[in-house]
Design a protein around this ligand. Structure first.
Ligand code: ADP
Ligand code: MG
Length: 647
């Protein structure tokens, strides 16, 4: 006997519903999208018991006439596309004609709608997919859709719902996503009769964001000036360096107004933030991307959350440029909320770090080396002092404020949820996480007169790594390795941008035997390595001769040092674009050249390090994005010791 059967319509709808409406937040997504498509200016969302007991959406959009109101409950009934060609260029949120019949098949459903010009509207009731009643409706124009007892007739699906609180937090997150992209529409959200969000309509995007995230966070956002690359226009707001989250809830990106997730975009963000983002953390973004609807496909995800770009590389590149430009510009301007100290005259020379020895400029005096190094040569003059106009000024208070803010951002995270509940807010392709690891830094603003280091009293060094210091605000800890990495990284980059890194000639040139793959890599990067103070040239098949090393380098075994650098570069090259490799190389070499956790530094050396660190453009994180400084305020200490009431 044949085993294949055509499913009855109602059952088919329930099956389809599982894909479209997996939880109350999905109802909100579909229904709010419909309201927006209908041109609504006010949208109310009312939820009861997490949205499981009830979701009601009230809009003042176009409404429907009776015929449409009946038709919209049929599967594949849509007013939004007609032909195959329409599918190639979708301008509305909806297009599948699937949401309403799906929702109606798994809930006790009520639709009441009236067109503005119509005297009387239509009310329709459907119970688990079965039409129960159609009657006249005399309410306001627009549409009300109510879904009660979600999955009452599909217990298997109901089992997958989480607690009411969790479901409601997804509902709220979903509504936030819509609210950010549609500031000109007013939104209201209630839960169990209590007002949760009330967002008046506004023309100002930042005003809307402020309404959602609060003054404090909104005031620290950077504006992304609208710019177009490869036909992709990007604008919006992003968090500055040090502002990050441990999950992606605040990494919001929109494509032609639709909230989406995409690996290409996440990559681009990572690349753009470079070292301004701590490893494993996620940026805060409200980014809007506009592009030709023919250049991507939205019809790849049942919930339309993901899109497929025809040219993902261009998207990634456009995002990365926007983010790095925004960060760079922000670094160039004296920051608005923390006015810089008076700047010295533009011609004032930069205070040399070690006034009597140019070559030592990259070095912290560490233990004397017995390396076979000879005379020191400087291939090209060191940079002239940078004009103060392009200056970055980091007032100590500003820096500490940002550190504190970054800590708050992180601390304010809700505790990690069990894995089962992490699906709804942004989840991403796992392969993407790996590549973000070693992202190098962009900000290229030349520093001016470095600010005086803060008045820290050095108390001592913990575990030969953490420098403990007393500040006016409390206890400050510095990771000496991370701090020195940042200092070296910026000095290196500056030198490279303006000529090259001072080098020292080796007594006996080193010959290096490499694999063919590494040989190719080295050949492609000879110029970059030269600029880094490593004079290296081919010396036979897969053999290279090295004549000089960076001047600051103190090592007993230059050959081993080179091996390590090449190994790291080759592992980087498989992950990074060639574009990034030279900056990765800087980060690698800066790291390799930095004091380690076991190097014992004297107090004057630590003071010099601190001074150098605060002369950096981004003093508060190392080139890998880890913090260099951590502060525990006196208040916090007092709380810990019970001298002050918590809270
Ligand atoms: P889609 O949005 O993919 O077209 P839906 O099932 O979500 O499919 O909606 C079907 C149709 O019902 C829409 O195309 C639209 O014409 C109409 N509709 C749905 N919701 C509303 C609303 N709030 N106001 C006016 N028309 C609506
Ligand atoms: Mg729809």
């Amino acid at each position: 006997m044949a085993k294949i059967r055509i499913l009855p319509d109602a059952l088919a709808s329930q099956v389809a519903a599982g894909e479209v409406v997996e939880r109350p937040a999905a109802l909100v997504r579909e229904l709010v999208e419909n309201s927006l498509d209908a041109g609504a200016r006010h949208i109310e969302v009312h939820a009861q018991r997490g949205g499981i007991a009830m979701i009601r959406i009230v809009d003042d959009g176009s409404g429907m006439d009776r015929e449409d109101a009946m038709l919209c409950l049929e599967r594949h009934a849509t007013s939004k596309i007609r032909t195959k060609e329409d599918l190639g260029a979708i301008h509305t949120f909806g297009f599948r004609g699937e949401a309403l019949p799906s929702i109606a098949s798994v809930s006790r459903f009520r639709l009441a709608t009236r067109e503005r010009s119509a005297l009387v509207g239509t009310e329709i009731e459907v119970n688990g997919g079965k039409l129960v009643a159609v009657r006249d409706h005399g309410g306001a124009s627009g549409t009300v859709i109510e879904a009660r007892s979600l999955f009452f007739n599909v217990p298997a699906r109901r089992k997958f719902l989480r607690t009411e609180n969790t479901e409601f937090s997804h509902v709220e997150q979903q509504l936030r996503l819509h609210a950010i992209a549609n500031p000109q529409t007013a939104f209201t959200l209630t839960h169990n009769g209590e007002l949760v969000l009330h967002l008046p309509a506004t023309r100002d995007m930042l005003e809307r964001i402020r309404g959602l995230v609060g003054d404090e966070l909104a005031s620290r956002l950077l504006k992304v000036e609208e710019a177009t690359w490869h036909g992709i226009t990007v604008s919006g707001y992003i968090g500055g360096p040090g502002m990050s989250r441990s999950n992606r809830q605040m990494q919001t990106t929109y494509l032609n107004g639709r909230p989406i997730e995409s690996a290409s975009i996440s990559y681009g963000l990572r690349e753009g933030y470079h070292t301004a983002l701590m490893k494993g953390q996620h940026p805060v973004t409200f980014l809007f991307i506009q592009m030709d609807p023919h250049a991507f496909d939205v019809n790849v995800h049942p919930a339309k959350k993901e899109v497929r770009f025809h040219d993902g590389h261009s998207v990634r590149d456009a995002i990365s440029r926007c983010v790095s430009n925004t960060l760079e510009n922000a670094a160039k301007l004296p920051s608005g909320h923390a006015p810089a100290r008076a700047m010295p005259a533009a011609s004032a020379p930069r205070t040399p770090v070690v006034p009597d020895s140019r070559q030592e400029q990259f070095a912290l005096p560490v233990a004397p080396s017995t390396a076979p190094l000879r005379d020191i040569t400087v291939p090209s003059p060191l940079p002239a002092p940078a004009p103060a106009a392009s200056a970055v000024s980091h007032r100590v208070a500003d820096v500490l404020q940002r550190i504190a803010a970054a800590r708050r951002d992180t601390a304010a995270q809700p505790p990690p949820q069990p894995p089962a509940e992490q699906d709804a807010p942004p989840a991403t392709a796992p392969d993407e996480e790996e590549e973000n690891e070693e992202a190098p830094a962009p900000a290229k603003a030349a520093p001016a007169e470095p600010p005086a280091p803060p008045e820290y009293r050095i108390i001592g060094v913990l575990q030969k790594l953490y420098v403990l210091m007393e500040s006016k605000e409390g206890l400050v800890m510095m990771d000496q390795h991370a701090a020195h990495e940042r200092v070296n990284f910026e000095k290196f980059r500056r030198a490279i941008e303006t000529g090259g890194v001072p080098c020292q000639r080796l007594l006996i040139p080193i010959t290096l035997q490499t694999t063919p793959r590494d040989a190719d890599l080295l050949k492609q990067n000879l110029a970059a390595l030269n600029r880094l103070g490593i004079e290296i040239e081919p010396f036979g098949p897969n053999i290279f001769k090295v004549e000089t090393l960076p001047a600051f380098l103190k090592t007993d075994d230059p050959a081993a040092w080179l091996d390590q650098v090449i190994e790291e570069l080759s592992s980087l090259s498989s992950k990074s674009s060639s574009l990034r490799l030279s900056e990765d190389a800087i980060a690698t070499i800066a790291c390799r050249a930095s004091v380690k956790s076991n190097d014992v530094l004297s107090i004057p050396e630590l003071q010099a390090l601190l001074k150098d660190l605060f002369a950096c453009e981004m003093p508060y994180c190392c080139p890998h994005g880890r913090p260099t400084l951590v502060q525990i305020s006196t208040n916090e200490l007092e709380r810990k010791f019970g001298r002050r009431a918590p809270g």
